[in-house]
Design a protein. Structure first.
Length: 118
């Protein structure tokens, strides 16, 4: 089993920045990649970014490319999502997720609210 602990959400003005953190614990040896998703009110869950655990390869959704950066601190065993130039349409609950080898996004964090005011 793996547990994911998220932190870093909050209220920010448009154009501002926030950094989300996600720390996995438990059977972390099974991690293939970690990612961030969000769900805005009345919308489907949206993939934002992922990072492959073994080689650090990153993927981004077009909607956040150039504004959001996913990174990993191996020493702290933590994944971050740095969000810059935030827009009101970025308002959502943000979720950290983990994908084990041979699975598909099988562990999820509790979610953290990000609200961007205009």
């Amino acid at each position: 089993q793996v547990q994911l602990e998220e932190s870093g959400g909050g209220l920010v003005q448009a154009g501002g920045s926030l950094r989300l953190s996600c720390a996995p614990s438990g059977r972390t040896s099974t991690i293939y990649r970690m990612g961030w998703f969000r769900r805005a009110p009345g919308k489907e869950r949206e993939f934002l970014a992922s990072i492959t655990w073994s080689n650090g390869r990153r993927y981004y959704a077009d909607s956040v490319k150039g504004r959001f950066t996913i990174s990993r601190d191996n020493a702290k065993n933590t994944v971050y999502l740095q969000m810059n130039s935030l827009k009101p349409e970025d308002t959502a609950v943000y979720y950290c997720a983990l994908e084990s080898y041979g699975s598909s996004w099988d562990y999820w964090g509790q979610g953290t609210q990000v609200t961007v005011s205009s």
